[in-house]
Design a protein around this ligand. Structure first.
Ligand code: HDD
Length: 713
C-alpha cells in the first residue's frame, strides 16, 4: 500500500482524520458565485445604486453580507504563541508501550495515529517575524481512537516560572511595553529584565533563551519538550512520572544572531516557508518521540524536585527511551481553518496519561480552555473541523454559540431513564478515564516548596554543558538583550544575578553592557555537565540543506554541473544565483537558468555557498558588490563555502582574509580549512564533492570565531 492508499484506507486512523476533514474541504472550482444563503449572485463588482452615479441602497443584501462578513474576519490572536504554522502527519509507535501506559495509540506499531502540529513563537504578534529570539511552541494534537491527546510542548525543556499564577506577570513583562507597544517580539527591554532580576527562578530559562536554541534554523531542526512532568499509567494502575521529548531526525541546528535579525527583515516567513516547501517537496520532517520515566518510589532520589518546571532531567541520569516517530506529510489547505482555529490543551489527555502536581501544569489546566472560549467564540470549539476527535463524542452538553451538532431526542441530562441512561459512563475496563488515585494531604497554603528554592545549580549545569562557541553566543546574546535595557540598576542586577550561575559568565556580561563586574566571582560549585544539551553533539546531516551557487556568464559548465549533481544526489538543494533572472551561458556556450537574482535572494537564505570557476564569470562577479556580500555574509555566519579554480580568486577578492589560501594552491588536492573547501585543477570532482557535503552537514564552522566572539575574517 502506498502512502496515499494508506491515508484513504478507512481502517487507518490517519486516513480517517483526513477523510473527516475532507468532508469540510471545498475547492470552489467551476462553481457559480452565491450568497451565504446559496442564492446566485449576478454582479459582485458594483453595489446596488439609485442610478449609476447615485447613492448605494440599503436593500443590497449581497453588499451588506459581503461587507459584514469581511468586517468580522479577524478573531483575537492568541495571547501568547500568536504567530504559528501547522502541518498534518501521523505518528507510529515503534514497539508496544503496554508495560508503561495503556494509552491506545502507544500500543500497536502498525497503527498510524493522525496528528496536527502547530509550531509557533511565543512573544510576537501574528504578523511578527519567524526568526526572532524566542522560545518556539511545538504543539501536537494526536487524533487517537480514545479521543484527542495534545502534547503542548516547547523547544526548551524548562520554563521561566515555577507556579502558573505568575504567568500573566512574565508575559506582561516580556510583551511590548504597554505605554508605547515597543519592542515587538523581543525580550530586549527594561520590563522583561526587571522581571528577571526580581524573579531569580528565571535564571535557568534565561540561559536557554539566550542560547542558540532560541534562534532555530528550522522548525524541522528543533527538539520539542513537554516541559511539565506527567504520568504514564498502565492497565494494572501502576504509574510512573514521565517527561516527553521530540527529537528531530535532522538534528538540532540554529541560525546565528546577525543572520536571524537580517532574516526578520528580508524574509519574515523564513520558518513557515521552510516547512511548507519541505513538505511540498516530499521531504517530510520526522521527529522521534522519546520518554524519560521515573518510578513513583524514586520521586525524591534527585538533587532537584522532579515536579519543578524550571529543572530538566539530565538524559545522562534519566535516559530518553525512543518510542516512536512522527512524520509530517501534508500541508494545510487553509491557514485560518486549520492553524488559526486549532485549539490545544495540556489537559486533553487519554486513558494512560495523567498529571503530576507540577504547579505550572496545574495552572495550565485552567488557562487553555478559558482562552479558547474567548478566541474561538464559545464552548463549541471542539466541533471546529481541525479540533474534532475521530473518536465518537457523546454527552449531554448542549447549545452555545456556533453549535454544529443536531442532537436528537428529548433527553439532555444524566442519569436518565427515558433513553436507558445513555450516554453511560464507561468503566475502567471499558477504557473510561479514571484519574490516578494519588494520595494527597496538606494544609491549604500559598507557599512554594523548599525543594523548589535552588534557582541556579541547573543554570550552571547548562553553562558547563555548552561548547566554547555556544558560550560565546550566550555572552553576545546577553550583550544584545541587556545592552538594550535603559535602566543601569537593572543591568547591574543582571550581572549580580548571573554571578550566582558562573563568575566568568557574569564578568563577560558586564564587559559588554557598561556596568561593573561582580566584586567577587561567584558560581554554584556545580562542575558536572550534560553533553546531551549541547548542539555540538547533535545529528549532522546535509539532507534538505540549501546551497547558493554564484555564477555569471562565462562560468565553467563542468564544475558547476558536477557539483550540483553530487549535491542533489546527497539530498541538498541548489539554487543558481546571478545578477538577473533568465539564462546564463557557460564559457563553452551551454545555457542554464538562473533561479534567483541578487535582488530577491541573500546569503542568509542559504546554508552554504558554492562558486564554480570560469574567468569571465568571476570577472563579472568581481564588479558586483552583491556577490561579495554573499561571500562575506556566508563567511561571517560560519557557513560552508566551496570554490573551484577562479572561484577561489573571488573569495580572495572578497573581504574574507583569514582563510589559509596558500593551502589551496596545491594542484588537484582538495583543501578544507575553517569550513572553506577549495580545489584547483582537480582531476576529478569526487573528493571535492565529498568534503563539501561533509562541511555542509557540519552546518556551521565556529572556529572562524575568535575568542572575542568576533569573526577572524
Ligand atoms: Fe502555554 C499556548 C506551550 C506554560 C497558557 N502554550 C501555548 C502554545 C504552546 C504552549 C506550544 C501554543 C499552542 C498552539 O499552537 O495553539 N505553555 C507551553 C509550555 C508551557 C506553557 C510548554 C510550560 C510548561 N501556558 C503556560 C502557562 C500558562 C499557559 C503556565 C498559563 C497558566 N499557553 C497558555 C494560553 C495559550 C498557550 C494562554 C495561548 C493560546 C492558547 O493557549 O491556546 O492558554
Amino acid at each position: 500500500m502506498n502512502d496515499e492508499q494508506k491515508q484513504n484506507d478507512p481502517m487507518n486512523l490517519n486516513g480517517k482524520k483526513y477523510q473527516q476533514l475532507e468532508s469540510f474541504r471545498v475547492d470552489h472550482n467551476n462553481t457559480k458565485l452565491t450568497t451565504n444563503q446559496g442564492v446566485r449572485v449576478s454582479d459582485t463588482d458594483d453595489s446596488l445604486k439609485a442610478g449609476d452615479r447615485g447613492p448605494t441602497l440599503m436593500e443590497d443584501f449581497h453588499f451588506r453580507e459581503k461587507m459584514t462578513h469581511f468586517d468580522h474576519e479577524r478573531i483575537p490572536e492568541r495571547v501568547v504563541h500568536a504567530r504559528g504554522f501547522g502541518a498534518h502527519g501521523y505518528f507510529q509507535v515503534y514497539e508496544s508501550m503496554t508495560e508503561f501506559t495503556k494509552a491506545k495509540f502507544l500500543q500497536d506499531p502498525s497503527v498510524q495515529t493522525p496528528v496536527f502540529v502547530r509550531f509557533s513563537t511565543v512573544v510576537g504578534s501574528r504578523g511578527s517575524a519567524d526568526t526572532v529570539r524566542d522560545v518556539r511552541g511545538f504543539a501536537t494534537k494526536f487524533y487517537t481512537e480514545d479521543g484527542n491527546y495534545d502534547l503542548v510542548a516547547n523547544n526548551i525543556p524548562i520554563f521561566f516560572i515555577q507556579d502558573a499564577i505568575k504567568f500573566p506577570d512574565v508575559v506582561h513583562a516580556i510583551k511590548p511595553e504597554p505605554h508605547n507597544e515597543i519592542p515587538q517580539a523581543s525580550a530586549a527591554h527594561d520590563t522583561f529584565w526587571d522581571f528577571v532580576v526580581s524573579n531569580t527562578e528565571t535564571a535557568h530559562m534565561i540561559m536557554w533563551l539566550l542560547s542558540d536554541r532560541a534562534i532555530p534554523r528550522s522548525f524541522r531542526m528543533m527538539e520539542g519538550f513537554g516541559v511539565n512532568t506527567f504520568r504514564f499509567v498502565n492497565d494494572q494502575g501502576k504509574a510512573r512520572f514521565v517527561k516527553f521529548h521530540w527529537k528531530p531526525k535532522l538534528g538540532v541546528h540554529s541560525l546565528v544572531w546577525d543572520e536571524a535579525q537580517k532574516l526578520a527583515g528580508k524574509d519574515p516567513d523564513f520558518h513557515r516557508k521552510d516547512l511548507w516547501e519541505a513538505i511540498n517537496m516530499g521531504e517530510y520532517p520526522e521527529f522521534e518521540l522519546g520518554v524519560q520515566m521515573i518510578d513513583e518510589e524514586d520521586e525524591f532520589m534527585f538533587d532537584f524536585d522532579i515536579l519543578d518546571p524550571t529543572k530538566f532531567w539530565p538524559e545522562e541520569i534519566v535516559p530518553v527511551k525512543i518510542i516512536g516517530k512522527m512524520t509530517l506529510n501534508r500541508n494545510q489547505d487553509n491557514f485560518f481553518a486549520e492553524t488559526e482555529q486549532a485549539a490545544f490543551h495540556p489537559g486533553h489527555v487519554v486513558p494512560g496519561i495523567d498529571f503530576s502536581n507540577d504547579p505550572l501544569l496545574q495552572g495550565r489546566l485552567f488557562s487553555y480552555t478559558d482562552t479558547q472560549l474567548l478566541r474561538l467564540g464559545g464552548p463549541n470549539f471542539h466541533e471546529i473541523p481541525i479540533n474534532r476527535p475521530i473518536a465518537p463524542v457523546n454527552n449531554n452538553q448542549r447549545d452555545g454559540f456556533h453549535r454544529m451538532t443536531i442532537d436528537k431526542g428529548q433527553v439532555s441530562y444524566s442519569p436518565n431513564t427515558l433513553r436507558g441512561n445513555s450516554p453511560q459512563p464507561a468503566s475502567d475496563k471499558e477504557n473510561g478515564y479514571v484519574h490516578y488515585a494519588e494520595k494527597v494531604e496538606g494544609q491549604k497554603i500559598r507557599k512554594r516548596s523548599e525543594s523548589f528554592h535552588d534557582h541556579y545549580r541547573q543554570a550552571t549545569l547548562f553553562w558547563n554543558s555548552m561548547s566554547n562557541a555556544e558560550k560565546r553566543h550566550i555572552i553576545k546574546a546577553f550583550h544584545f538583550e541587556v545592552g538594550n535595557v535603559k535602566d543601569k540598576t537593572i543591568k547591574q542586577q543582571v550581572v549580580e544575578m548571573f554571578n550566582n550561575v558562573d563568575g566568568f559568565l557574569a564578568a563577560e556580561i558586564s564587559k559588554g553592557i557598561g556596568v561593573m563586574p561582580p566584586a567577587n566571582p561567584g558560581g554554584t560549585g556545580v562542575t558536572e555537565s550534560s553533553p546531551a544539551v549541547s548542539q555540538d553533539n547533535t545529528i549532522k546531516d546535509a539532507r534538505t540543506r540549501k546551497v547558493a551557487v554564484l555564477a555569471d556568464h562565462g562560468f565553467t559548465f563542468d564544475e558547476l554541473m558536477q557539483v550540483k549533481t553530487a549535491l542533489e544526489g546527497a539530498g541538498v538543494h541548489v539554487d543558481i544565483i546571478s545578477r538577473t533572472l533568465g539564462i546564463i551561458a557557460s564559457v563553452e556556450g551551454q545555457q542554464i537558468e538562473v533561479n534567483k537574482s541578487y535582488s530577491i535572494s541573500s546569503s542568509i537564505m542559504y546554508d552554504a555557498l558554492f562558486i564554480p570557476g570560469g574567468q569571465q564569470s568571476i570577472n563579472n562577479m568581481m564588479m558586483h558588490k552583491e556577490a561579495k556580500d554573499f561571500i562575506n555574509d556566508a563567511f561571517a555566519h560560519a557557513k560552508p563555502i566551496g570554490a573551484i579554480n577562479e572561484g577561489i580568486d573571488l573569495l580572495t577578492n572578497a573581504e574574507v582574509k583569514n582563510i589559509n589560501l596558500a593551502l589551496t594552491e596545491s594542484k588537484g588536492e582538495v583543501t578544507t580549512h575553517l569550513g572553506v573547501v577549495t580545489v584547483r585543477n582537480p582531476s576529478d570532482f569526487e573528493a571535492f564533492n565529498n568534503e563539501f557535503i561533509v562541511a555542509i552537514a557540519e552546518h556551521r564552522h565556529w572556529l572562524r570565531e575568535n575568542q572575542d566572539g568576533k569573526m577572524t575574517g
